[in-house]
Design a protein around this ligand. Structure first.
Ligand SMILES: [Zn+2]
Length: 171
């Protein structure tokens, strides 16, 4: 996202040099810079023991393939931490309370110009109460989950990173 107008007050932005940063978009009324930015989202996989939860989503944007299993994901709210967003999205989409969320890595999703912060969400309940936006949620063992995610851009990377971390922990 590049700002031409101030997203807070609507004034046409001017430009200023700020230290090493040249030509930064600047609002003369709000007296602050508006750097180029992109959306920050979370992507999360719920884990219960050695099972991983994936979802199929209803087709509300044409890029979502309803046949495909994907991970839970969503935008981080204003002034919300990434951890809180991960807990909220797991609750909204799966209807499950996460007892622990662990940040795994961040991933750049170039196609949609997003930074995705990846989490493993440990849960104790396996019964779903899914959101109306989903077709289904399903528990898979790790090999099946990797197979289901094989054509996803970030989901598979996240799962492999979770498994790598698990291996390290177990020596
Ligand atoms: Zn402004």
């Amino acid at each position: 996202m590049r700002f031409t107008y101030c997203p807070d007050c609507g004034k046409l932005l001017s430009h200023r040099d700020l230290g090493d940063e040249k030509n930064v978009p600047w609002c003369d009324d709000c007296n602050r810079p508006f750097f180029d930015t992109f959306y920050t989202c979370i992507i999360a996989i719920a884990r219960c023991g050695d099972k991983y939860a994936l979802i199929r989503q209803k087709n509300d944007d044409s890029e979502t393939n309803t046949e495909k299993f994907i991970c839970v994901s969503g935008y981080i709210g204003v002034c919300e931490s990434a951890e809180a967003a991960a807990i909220r999205e797991i609750k909204e989409e799966l209807g499950i309370d996460a007892c622990k969320v662990t940040m795994i890595s961040s991933y750049v999703y170039e196609k949609k110009k997003m930074l995705m912060i990846g989490f493993c969400a440990d849960v104790q309940q396996t019964e779903f109460n899914i959101s109306g936006e989903l077709i289904e949620a399903h528990w898979f063992d790790k090999d099946t989950a990797i197979e289901k995610l094989k054509n996803t851009s970030i989901g598979k990377e996240l799962l492999l990173d979770i498994l790598k971390r698990e291996e390290k922990k177990n020596g």
